[in-house]
Design a protein around this ligand. Structure first.
Ligand SMILES: Cc1cc2nc3c(=O)[nH]c(=O)nc-3n(C[C@H](O)[C@H](O)[C@H](O)COP(=O)(O)OP(=O)(O)OC[C@H]3O[C@@H](n4cnc5c(N)ncnc54)[C@H](O)[C@@H]3O)c2cc1C
Length: 444
């Protein structure tokens, strides 16, 4: 019996440290907003906190020890990420900020020694930032619709095309660019390749930075609308095999989706905490909000929804640790990707509602949470696509039954049972008869 829902005491100490650090250092700092995001702001405010995390051995914990991480595995990472998920700044302070995490993962897996030396080390150390340039304005993130081309001219690749929502493009040192290299390859999944392109290469242009959410936001948004015009990179900029982009991208996205889900548990927990704090504080003529049954129903539903989601995330993390293969766990990963936006949306919306006008104002975090929940239903592939994955994986274990009535048709099951237990039923019948004519029950 290896089922266990307890955290080992040594690791609990780490979690306690993270809890205090989040409350005392990270959460207050995040209230400074954009002031800490520029280069000087990062040096002054973020770097010192990153150093404290490194001293605790908690830096980049998604990585194995061979890459400087702790090799805790996904289950422990899930427990950590729940705490980090409460605050948007936390991942960059703990060295697990997307898209750098996924980009580092694929360079570690598929990069040459030269690529690792040049890009992986500074990326893992938090010295440079990166962005992932895959989705296109015309066809979203379906690689079979991509138009961006990379053509080999001599020993250089020449890249032309447009990309959409390249998160973190501003401030990035390298872009991981997905382009069609072999349009005539018979296998459509082998037509695209991935390149490491320094952001300052001539021909790389950020047309504009797009924000999520509504209204006129301050400064350029974090998601780059990119244009690549005759961007020349050496042959060695190719990451992994020519035509291998599809497999590489899947490696990257599997881990990313799980880590988002782990942090979303924390974000949902925060929304629920705030909802409960408001419920016990706000008074109406009928007493506290917490005394009203419909409010209680919302709180109960939110707690149950969160707990179910959390268990699904933790079990998926446990499965990844067990199989060490994202592909084998793809049904579970797709399932948490589907559940994540709905659970977050439901809890954040209820929390906003319970705060009344204050809840829907820009003086509370809830509208940002609701937008984030919607983003989660789109980024890394829309919910529908992941539902299809879950359904296909579930259905693959079932075989058709071509009889007129299904194999579980009750008259058929009854007939089969009668046939199977015929001897015993005959014995039973005669037992009733010998007891003086008592009638045997109908089913017998
Ligand atoms: C905040 C954020 C950050 C992002 N960061 C990055 C990044 O760093 N790098 C990057 O390359 N991309 C990034 N993306 C892009 C993201 O991967 C795409 O937005 C996503 O894959 C969906 O593509 P799309 O926006 O073109 O929507 P579309 O593909 O046009 O889909 C729109 C809608 O159509 C429906 N739909 C689409 N396909 C199907 C289907 N197969 N079955 C049923 N219904 C379907 C769904 O309702 C879907 O929501 C980011 C997106 C967001 C919102």
């Amino acid at each position: 019996m290896a089922w266990d829902f307890e955290t080992d005491p040594e690791f609990q100490k780490k979690l306690d440290w993270i809890e205090d650090f989040m409350r005392e250092e990270v959460e207050p700092l995040s209230e400074l907003g954009r002031a800490i995001m520029g280069q000087h702001g990062r040096e002054m405010f973020i770097k010192p906190l990153q150093e404290k995390v490194k001293e605790q051995g908690l830096w980049a914990c998604h990585l194995g020890p061979e890459l400087g991480g702790q090799g805790y595995g996904q289950l422990k990472l899930a427990l950590m990420n729940e705490k980090l998920g409460r605050n948007r700044l936390a991942p960059s302070i703990f060295g697990c900020q997307a898209p750098d995490t996924g980009n580092a993962e694929i360079i570690a897996h598929y990069g040459t020694e030269e690529q690792k030396e040049k890009w992986l080390k500074p990326l893992l150390n938090g010295d440079i930032r990166s962005a992932f340039s895959m989705s296109e304005p015309t066809g979203g993130s379906d690689p079979l619709t991509f138009k961006t081309r990379a053509v080999l001219e001599g020993d250089e690749w020449v890249i032309n095309g447009e990309k959409w929502f390249t998160s973190g493009a501003y401030g990035s040192t390298i872009l991981i660019v997905y382009a069609v290299t072999d349009p005539d390859a018979p296998d459509p999944y082998k037509r695209t390749s991935i390149f490491i392109v320094p952001t300052n290469t001539p021909g790389v242009e950020i047309v504009r930075g797009v924000h999520t959410g509504s209204g006129q936001a301050e400064g350029p948004g974090g998601h780059g609308y990119m244009r690549y015009t005759n961007v020349r990179v050496p042959y060695s900029a190719l990451l992994g095999e020519r035509g291998g982009a599809f497999v590489i991208a899947q490696t990257r996205l599997g881990g990313g989706r799980v880590h988002h889900a782990m942090r979303t548990v924390g974000a949902c927990q925060r929304a629920l905490d705030l909802m409960c704090k408001r419920a016990v504080s706000r008074t109406t003529r009928d007493g506290k909000l917490a005394d009203l049954q419909m409010v209680q129903a919302d709180i109960a539903d939110s707690w149950i929804q969160l707990e179910m989601f959390r268990l699904l995330v933790l079990r998926t993390a446990w499965l990844i640790d067990k199989h060490k293969d994202y592909n084998l766990v793809r049904k579970d990963i797709a399932a948490i990707k589907v559940a994540m936006p709905k659970v977050y949306h439901d809890i954040a919306t209820k929390a906003a509602h319970l705060h009344g006008a204050l809840g829907v104002s820009n003086e509370m975090p809830f509208m940002g949470m609701v937008t984030s929940a919607m983003v989660m239903g789109i980024a890394d592939g829309p919910t529908e696509v992941h539902k299809v994955t879950v359904a296909k994986q579930v259905l693959k274990d079932y075989r058709p039954n071509n009889d007129l009535f299904p194999s579980y048709h009750i008259p058929r099951l009854r007939e089969e049972a009668r046939e199977r237990f015929k001897d015993k039923l005959d014995e039973l019948k005669s037992a009733y008869q010998t007891r003086g004519g008592e009638r045997a029950p109908e089913t017998a």
